[in-house]
Design a protein around this ligand. Structure first.
Ligand code: HEC
Ligand code: HEC
Length: 374
């Protein structure tokens, strides 16, 4: 293979092609001969090692996958050390990075279609919601991550960290070891494996690609015309992403608000511990008389998307209160919104329905907001 040679010859070839186009009607014998001679002078054949270093792609049928293996537990250590700073401890991501894990269900794993991809269902598309090929994830991590030191992971490490991501998405169990031998089995459990489409451009630009990239080889303009056609309606549809903090996805790990294990009844076991946690939450809300909106919004998980004073995925509770304070006919409206969700009152990002919230609690939270709290 003569990649490097060909690559470095491309410039010259470009100008030669240009020249032969201009001289197309003249006999071109002399030009062709000198070109061939010139081509012999440049580049050299790439070595086998050089070709191997570039030839790392993994195909959808897993051709190109190196042998190797890594466990969820190994992946967790790697993730915490090398990935969590940007992608969040549980792949939920913080700041500007798109979430990797979240939004997929056991049902999706069964059907291979992710329901939350339907419009208005979920505030964001996570990697596990989108990916239809496990090979792509493997390849992408292998060639591009960690962002600051790409290609630094060994094959076994890529298997391990991918196993951990899959485990966070409940696609493989905690004691799983991912390897080149079982990638195909796991592919058969990927939530969006049947979700590929071959149409639907990202923006409607009348059937054309949204970037025009004319070839230029000689006297190219230094400032070419900007030819990208992102339509106006597509700009800023989600606010300033850089300002958005997205604590996101199901809560995981130990409930740190519960009393320490040592303070609970001896060897009560997991069931009792869970009951204790639930009891603590109920007690906290009960102590507040079930009318304390601040306790209710915490107990119902609303604070994952709404800060008291700051916008997260949704508006700050203070902003909502300000808009509705004193308008007691708003109680009905807000209580309804809380349980059925909505879109458009504050921006393009939808609030998913919160059907698990009891009607009385929704009213209490609405009253709290209308009362001007927090
Ligand atoms: C310094 C920050 C940083 C670190 C550390 C980092 N990443 Fe990333 N990651 C990014 C950025 C930025 C992107 C988006 C890149 C792009 O779109 O071109 C990304 C994208 C990804 C994606 C694709 C997301 C998608 O849906 O398109 C995966 C998967 C991923 N990273 C995995 C990892 C893994 C595994 C590690 C640890 C081995 C890691 N990253 C470490 C910044 C980071
Ligand atoms: C997944 C993120 C998310 C969760 C969880 C969430 N919200 Fe929202 N919420 C939003 C978004 C986004 C909006 C803005 C919707 C819009 O523009 O119409 C919103 C809007 C609201 C509004 C204003 C509605 C209006 O029309 O003015 C209220 C009230 C509200 N949320 C209360 C709650 C309560 C109470 C909970 C918990 C039971 C909750 N939210 C959980 C994202 C969320």
């Amino acid at each position: 293979m003569r990649f490097l040679q060909i690559a470095s010859a491309l410039c010259l070839l470009g100008s030669v092609l240009g020249a032969s186009a201009q001289t197309a009607r003249k006999p071109a014998g002399a030009t062709t001969a000198s070109t061939a001679a010139a081509l012999q002078q440049i580049g050299r054949t790439a070595t086998a090692a050089e070709v191997k270093a570039w030839d790392i792609d993994v195909r959808a049928d897993f051709k190109g996958l190196p042998t190797g293996a890594g466990s969820v537990a190994q992946g967790e250590k790697l993730w915490d050390a090398q990935c969590a700073s940007c992608h969040g401890t549980f792949g939920e991501s913080n700041e500007v990075f798109t979430p990797i894990v979240g939004g997929t269900t056991a049902k999706d794993i069964e059907t291979g279609r992710v329901q939350n991809l339907l419009p208005g269902r979920f505030p964001h598309r996570t990697t596990l919601m989108k990916a239809s090929q496990l090979s792509t994830l493997w390849d992408y991590i292998h060639r591009a991550m960690p962002w600051t030191t790409p290609k630094s992971l060994k094959a076994d490490e890529v298997y391990a960290v991918l196993a951990y991501i899959l485990h966070l998405g409940d696609i493989v169990p905690a004691d799983f070891t991912l390897s080149d031998r079982n990638m195909a089995e796991v592919q058969a459990r990927l939530p969006n494996r049947n979700g590929k489409v071959f149409y639907a451009a990202m923006w409607d630009v009348r059937g054309k690609g949204d970037v025009v990239n004319p070839l230029c080889m000689t006297d190219c303009p230094i400032e070419g015309e900007v030819a990208s056609a992102l339509p106006d309606f597509a700009r800023n549809t989600h606010g300033n992403i850089a300002e958005q903090v997205r604590p996101f996805g199901a809560p995981r790990g130990t409930d740190t608000a519960a009393p320490p294990r040592s303070a609970r009844a001896g060897t009560a076991g997991a069931a009792a511990a869970t009951a204790a946690t639930a009891a603590t939450a109920t007690a906290a809300v009960a102590a507040a008389g079930r009318t304390d909106g601040a306790a209710l919004v915490k107990a119902n998980g609303c604070t994952a998307c709404h800060g008291m004073g700051n916008r997260i995925v949704g508006p700050a509770f203070q902003e909502i209160a300000k808009r509705h304070a004193g308008k007691f006919d708003s109680v009905e409206y807000l209580a309804g919104k809380i349980r059925s969700g909505g879109q458009g009152a504050w921006g393009a990002v939808p609030m998913p329905p919160q059907a698990q919230v009891r009607e009385a609690d929704a009213r209490a939270m609405a009253q709290w907001l209308v009362g001007g709290a927090p």
